[in-house]
Every structure is written in structure tokens, then in C-alpha cells.
Design a protein around this ligand. Structure first.
Ligand code: UDP
Length: 315
């Protein structure tokens, strides 16, 4: 039976990775320090072939027995989190990636780094191809995340080149779905929570900035397609359906049947104007493309938020 480690397993994407690996017959060891992750995301795995270790991966990671795959997902990932946690964000991207790579090397396991479209910064190339080097402000408020992930890509590539580690880099674009936190701070969870509560929906700036949103089941399938491939260059995984933030706010108000109205708030510093993945590499090298439409993805996400809000309110 193949065996995998997931760092950041109690997070939104980490917990979905655990689900899909268990479905595919893996034994899973999940690691998390619960800084932004939550045990409620992995409680349902209790009766599966799943072991949880509560650990900060910037420290030594000790896992007994053989391993086939290390998925390094630990990091704050919402802009509001990395603004509040700048040093833990830098440390997990730098020191934590070093430790996770060391674990993969010691076990001769394949390694996948959770990188991000943030390595492209506020992009001057549109859509973004993997060959684009990016436009990042190292000392801006997002620099702690962007530069940590850029360092993480550099050290992952060095382990591949100098140690021959079978290391992969996935550049994740905006993703949404069940198990995002009610107070996550990112656009889709904020808008759904606000719409379901009948509160004002907060669009930052004029709302003309764009993003391209991928449903989480498409993303984790793409990550495993990459893990199973012989590809070692970075690969964008995201849904190229680009829209403005104002459009996604309106779509969520419609889909929830809410009476909320849109209000505008100041645009955060260095907020990228546009973002859209070029997924030619994923299509040609992995045969991957997204399948879930925005309508279907929003429906599933809104159902989850409705239940989570009801549970939070009766608590
Ligand atoms: N945004 C917004 N209202 C919110 C949260 C976010 O208008 O309540 C905007 C944010 O300024 C950005 C876009 O939505 O332009 C996506 O933000 P998010 O925090 O989801 O992630 P990002 O793509 O910026 O990393």
C-alpha cells in the first residue's frame, strides 16, 4: 500500500488531498500545527488509514517507516492570515519547505510543493504562463507569502537538481470549495458568508480586478496527476474562466437568493489587477483540465457554508 505525508493536512486543500489519497488506496500521515487549519476538517478521517501528528514543520519532522510521497501544503494562505502572521508565513515557506524536502530525500519519496500564482505577483503578462518570472514587491504586505513561496520553489528545484529528488511544483490559482473557513478573509468565503447572513457584500476597490476560480475537486485531481507524472517543471493548476470580483459577488448574491447589496471598501496594497492561468502545460503534459462549472461549484460551496453557519449559530 503506498504511503503519503501531507503537511498542512487540516487546512482546506490539505484535507481534500487526504480524502482523495485515501480513496485511491494510500495510507496517509497528516501533519499540522493547527495555526490556520482545523481538526474539524479531518475528524471524518478517524476510521480510515489515517494518522495525525500535531507538529510545526519548521521543526524536525520524524515519520517512522517508508514513504512514497510528500505533499507540502503547510502555510497560511489567505492574504488576511499572512498579514497577521508574517513571520510564521516566511518560516513555513522557507524552513518548513527545507524540512519537508529533507523528509522526502531521507525516504526517497516523490515531493510536491504547493506553490502559488502569487509567485507572479501583480502580473505584467496575461494570462500567466509558467515561463513568466513575475512582478513581486519583496517588501510589500504580500511579500512575506510571495517571497517565501519563491524561495520554496528555488530550494525545491535545488533538491531536484543537486540531490536528484523527484520534486514537483504546482502553482495553485484561486481555489474555492467546502471547508474554507467562514472567517477566511478571501473573496468567495467572505461573499458567501455575507450573502447568507444578509450583510453587505464587501467588494474591495472598484471590483474590476479579475481572478479565475477553480473548484477544489478539480484542483486536487490535477495535483495527483502531477504527482503521478514524470514532470519536474512548475505547472499551473487553475480554472482559466476569468471574471471580475464584482461579477463573482453578483453571482454569489444570485446563487444564495440573498437581498444583500454590494458596498465598496478600499483596495488592499499590491492587490493584483488581473490573474488567469495559462494551463497549456497541464493540458499537454498531464491531460488535465477543470470539469466543474462555477454554478455547480458555488452550489456545493454555498450548501457547505449554510450548514457551517447554522452550526456556528447554534453553538
Ligand atoms: N476581495 C474583495 N472583498 C473581500 C475579499 C477579497 O473584494 O471581502 C478582493 C481582493 O481585494 C482581491 C480579490 O477579491 O482583489 C481576491 O482576493 P482573495 O483574498 O480571495 O485572494 P487573492 O486572489 O487576492 O490572493
Amino acid at each position: 500500500m503506498p504511503r503519503a505525508v501531507i503537511t498542512g493536512v487540516a487546512g482546506f486543500i490539505g484535507s481534500h488531498l487526504a480524502d482523495i489519497l485515501l480513496e485511491r488506496g494510500y495510507s496517509v500521515v497528516g501533519i499540522d500545527n493547527l495555526l490556520t487549519g482545523s481538526l474539524s476538517n479531518i475528524r471524518h478521517l478517524g476510521d480510515r488509514d489515517f494518522e495525525f501528528i500535531e507538529l510545526d514543520v519548521t521543526r524536525d519532522i520524524a515519520v517512522a517507516g517508508p514513504l512514497d510521497l510528500v505533499l507540502h501544503w503547510a502555510s497560511p494562505a489567505s492574504p488576511v492570515d499572512y498579514l497577521e502572521l508574517p513571520i510564521p508565513t516566511l518560516k513555513v515557506g522557507a524552513l518548513g519547505t527545507h524540512k519537508a524536502l529533507g523528509l522526502a530525500k531521507a525516504k526517497n519519496a516523490r515531493f510536491v510543493l504547493a506553490s502559488t500564482s502569487e509567485v507572479y505577483g501583480d502580473p505584467l503578462e496575461h494570462p500567466q504562463r509558467e515561463t513568466y518570472w513575475g512582478n513581486v514587491n519583496p517588501i510589500g504586505p504580500r511579500g512575506v507569502y510571495d517571497e517565501a513561496k519563491r524561495f520554496a520553489e528555488a530550494i525545491t528545484t535545488a533538491y531536484h537538481r543537486y540531490h536528484g529528488l523527484d520534486a514537483k511544483i504546482v502553482r495553485i490559482f484561486n481555489t474555492y470549495g467546502p471547508r474554507m473557513r467562514l472567517q477566511d478573509g478571501r473573496a468567495i468565503p467572505n461573499f458567501i458568508t455575507q450573502a447568507l447572513r444578509g450583510e453587505d457584500v464587501t467588494v474591495y476597490g472598484d471590483g474590476d480586478q479579475t481572478r479565475s476560480f477553480c473548484f477544489v475537486s478539480d484542483l486536487v485531481r490535477g495535483i495527483l496527476d502531477l504527482a503521478d507524472s514524470d514532470v519536474n517543471e512548475p505547472v499551473n493548476i487553475g480554472n482559466p474562466a476569468e471574471m471580475t470580483i464584482r461579477q463573482i459577488a453578483d453571482a454569489i448574491i444570485r446563487a444564495t437568493g440573498s437581498l444583500s447589496r454590494v458596498v465598496h471598501k478600499p483596495l488592499p496594497a499590491d492587490d493584483p489587477r488581473v490573474r488567469q492561468p495559462d494551463i497549456t502545460r497541464a493540458r499537454t503534459l498531464l491531460g488535465w483540465e477543470p470539469r466543474v462549472s462555477l454554478d455547480e461549484g458555488l452550489r456545493k460551496t454555498i450548501d457547505y457554508f449554510r450548514a457551517a453557519l447554522a452550526a456556528a449559530e447554534t453553538r
